[in-house]
Design a protein around this ligand. Sequence first.
Ligand SMILES: Cc1cc2nc3c(=O)[nH]c(=O)nc-3n(C[C@H](O)[C@H](O)[C@H](O)COP(=O)(O)O)c2cc1C
Length: 219
Amino acid sequence: MATSLRLFDFQRLEPDQQRLQLAEFKDRMLRRRTVRHFSDEAVPYELIEGAVAVAGSAPSGANMQPWRFVVVSDPAIKRDVRIAAEAEERQNYEQRFPAEYLEALEPFATDWHKPFLETAPYLIVVFRIDYGLDPERSTRKVKHYFVNESVGIATGFLIAALHIAGLASLTHTPTPMSFLSKILKRPANERPFLLIPVGYPASDATVPDIPKKRMDEIL
Ligand SMILES: Cc1cc2nc3c(=O)[nH]c(=O)nc-3n(C[C@H](O)[C@H](O)[C@H](O)COP(=O)(O)O)c2cc1C
């Protein structure tokens, strides 16, 4: 394919504006928390669509954009997801998780019950697309590069955008998650990556009082 380049429309900011914009973004981002208690209050779909558009702008290996965001709002499908997720999580908590992991999970007071999968108005199910299918010859596979890294970055954009839109989210991994492919009828090249309930927090929502590492530990 011939290379086609165009001038980059870079917006150069004044130093004061650079500092101000970063300070504002940082203040807002540092207020983000993972929420596990949701209100059933409706959320305008345009906010979900806008956040997914931000996710879709993320960088990706060779620009393959190996992601799909499936938005679920239908109560019957949310119920199916809850039943299947709870079945897996019940086995995880009662049999599969080693003692060390159960201990690490203690601050979060989580168990196999996942009522938020029905309460939250939206579930965004993020799929990683392991390989593309040539639109002309659907049997020919197109290689995707750095799929995990790419979908992880896109999901970070998504979580940040939802937060900036004034919404709460939960990064959820009811593993193994293959039930999501079946319920949502996804093709063989798509694999569940994360399940993200989205909505407003319940009025009495609590969050674990856990610290973030200090700057000198991470920088
Ligand atoms: C990849 C990943 C998987 C996670 N899976 C779960 C999960 O299944 N259930 C849950 O309650 N929280 C889950 N979390 C949320 C983390 O517990 C949470 O991000 C962490 O405790 C830090 O809290 P904060 O997001 O409020 O800063 C997950 C987070 C990540 C990044």
